[in-house]
Design a protein around this ligand. Structure first.
Ligand code: C5P
Length: 305
């Protein structure tokens, strides 16, 4: 039986500027994404009857309870495969097997990553030979982060996040991800953000110049100082216990610490791999998070292995 396997990274937002809610319900973003080597894998096996099915296995730590991942048509990887099949008139189907290491509902775009991986895996499996542009177009219909997870690396995100362009970044950055025992709904965090700005709408978002300068110089200390996330207040309001994670990271001399995307994962920047190991140990022992995982970036986007 023919199979293809794709590895796909998690994403973080080094800055996340969020403007006022648009008429379509989405928010204009000015963000810098980075892909990190905390990766899911999606294996696609060809089936004759045109059906697309999915199974999910967790690679993660048993200390943390994973939210259930849909295993029917609501699964974003299934939607991705079906969208590609319909766009190219493919008659075959695919059985998708997802091995998840990216936290579920953690603010690291795990579901979007699996959708990007399914597009690349099924394109190779079915021989549809979609162009990069065609895949990106389908990706944008699936979710705001899906185009970036095809792209990978370090990139600017505009529009609702789906307009991706590369940004100059030197060197490698070492992170620890403090993972919570349960996920947070992205839509809920944006809704709380709107409530918090009910009186005065936020200004149009922008990417701070200091962040771009730090990336271009490969300066981890400057990057740590330039991290920013407009959604952090809303996430902390929904999960006040996350401020303890930020405190522990600060006391431990992390270069920076910030809620990742809509949370509840907190990303902690280290100087180098040994500092990141030390920070991971401290975070775990503090009991402020359910798990602490080391990863580094930038990483390539969804790719066949
Ligand atoms: O695009 P995606 O489906 O991943 O977005 C999930 C939810 O996050 C949306 O339904 C919306 O509530 C919120 N969102 C937003 N503005 C964005 C991206 C996401 O309001 N730019």
């Amino acid at each position: 039986m023919r199979t293809t396997t794709v590895r796909v990274p998690a994403k973080i937002n080094l800055c996340l500027g969020v403007g006022p809610r648009r008429d379509d319900g989405y928010h204009p973003l000015a963000t810098v994404y980075q892909a990190v080597d905390l990766c899911d894998e999606v294996r696609a096996t060809e089936v004759e009857d045109g059906a697309v099915t999915v199974s999910v296995q967790f690679a993660g730590d048993e200390r943390r309870e994973q939210a259930p991942v849909p295993t029917g048509p609501d699964n974003l990887a299934v939607k991705a495969a079906c969208a590609l099949r319909d766009a190219f008139g493919v008659e075959a189907g695919a059985g998708l097997a997802i091995r998840k290491a990216i936290p579920v509902m953690g603010g690291m775009a795990g579901g979007s990553a699996d959708a990007a991986a399914a597009l690349v895996a099924c394109d190779a499996l079915w021989g549809t030979k979609a162009t990069r542009g065609e895949l990106e177009e389908i990706a944008a219909t699936l979710g705001s982060d899906v185009p970036f997870l095809l792209h990978g690396g370090t990139a600017l995100g505009a529009g609702r996040g789906e307009e991706v362009s590369p940004v100059l970044a030197r060197g490698r950055f070492h992170w620890v991800f403090a993972i919570a025992d349960r996920g947070l709904s992205t839509a809920e965090v944006y809704a709380r953000y709107d409530e918090m700005h009910a009186e005065a709408p936020p200004p149009a978002p922008h990417v701070p110049q200091a962040l771009l300068t730090a990336l271009a110089a490969g300066d981890a200390a400057a990057l740590g100082n330039a991290l920013s996330n407009d959604l952090q207040k809303a996430s902390l309001d929904l999960r006040p216990e996350l401020s303890r994670v930020l405190e522990v990271a600060g006391e431990a001399d992390a270069l920076g610490a910030l809620v990742s995307g809509s949370g509840p994962t907190v990303m902690v920047l280290a100087e180098d791999p040994s500092h990141s190991e030390e920070l991971a140990g401290l975070l775990l022992r503090s009991g402020a998070c359910a798990d602490a995982v080391q990863a580094s970036g930038p990483e390539p986007g969804a790719h066949l292995i």
